[in-house]
Design a protein around this ligand. Structure first.
Ligand code: DGL
Length: 273
């Protein structure tokens, strides 16, 4: 039976990635799960992020998803490898779980002419060192500076990101990056929430510094993956359906989700306890 592509995030941020996937590959069915009841993940330990993410992956597998994308950098950094290497074979050996760090690392170096980039992310993603490790494999000469921006997710989740108060926290982190590495010409938004701050980030930057969000990169990578894996592609539903689930209250989710996804969203509750 054909089933949707599962797209997982700790909360709302993965909707910015889903937007790009749907725009690029609109014919497929997608099932989104946001673990809003337990977000944010960015401040949590490896063990906690792994346990929460595994629970969500199990639920998506139970819905029949043949392919799951962890559209959350923190979950990709802290849980993906263990799930791929230790859990998936026992849970569903023919299903696949992919993350967002590897596809981003494969191409990010092509955006820089100064060979110097910055990764803006949650504390969890920065502390994992995952981007530095992955980028080194593809672009060993690239200088990579990391900056954790712990206030940005709460600002966005509380609807403060377009207000004046957000300017202080955006400028603070952008200035930290430019001070640490003045030759940086590419800023990667390595947290799925951060595209909502894009205008404010760009306003703090000299014009030659580019801001890169992950949506299009993940969409390119999914398109390529499905071409290379016809056995997975054949199992995905093709009715252009999008369904949304949240571990918290659907009414709250629907209101904010619209801001991230750019169109009206109607979700259902999932109880993972
Ligand atoms: N969506 C997460 C990410 O991309 C950030 C939000 C959170 O901390 O839960 O890293």
């Amino acid at each position: 039976m054909p089933a949707p592509i599962g797209v997982f995030d700790s909360g709302y941020g993965g909707l910015t990635v889903l937007r790009s996937l749907v725009d690029r590959l609109p014919g497929y069915d997608y099932l989104y799960l946001g673990d809003n009841a337990r977000a944010p993940y960015g401040t949590r330990s490896f063990d906690t992020v792994y346990r929460y993410t595994l629970q969500c992956v199990k639920w998506l597998l139970a819905q029949g998803c043949p392919l799951i994308i962890l559209a959350c950098n923190t979950a990709s950094a802290k849980a993906l490898r263990t799930i791929q290497q230790n859990d998936l074979a026992a849970l569903s050996p023919t299903a696949r779980v992919l993350g967002v760090i590897r596809p981003t690392s494969e191409v990010i170096g092509t955006h820089s002419t100064s060979n110097s980039i910055a990764i803006l992310a949650t504390n969890g993603t920065v502390q994992s060192g995952s981007y530095v490790i992955e980028i080194e494999k593809f672009f060993p000469h690239l200088r990579v500076v990391q900056e954790a921006c712990p206030m940005w997710v709460p600002l966005i989740e509380n609807g403060e990101h377009q207000k004046e108060g957000a300017d202080f926290f955006v400028r603070q982190h952008v200035n930290n990056v430019l001070k640490a590495e003045p030759t940086v010409d590419t800023l990667l938004l390595a947290c799925t929430h951060y595209p909502l701050l894009r205008d404010k980030i760009e306003a703090c930057l000299p014009p030659h510094v580019k801001v890169i969000a992950q949506g299009d990169i993940v969409a390119d990578s999914l398109e390529d993956y499905l071409q290379r894996h016809p056995e997975i592609e054949a199992r995905i539903g093709r009715n252009g359906l999008r369904t949304f689930h949240t571990t918290d209250a659907p009414s709250d989710f629907d209101t904010k989700a619209t801001m991230f996804f750019g169109e009206a969203v109607s979700s259902k509750h999932v109880d993972l306890q």
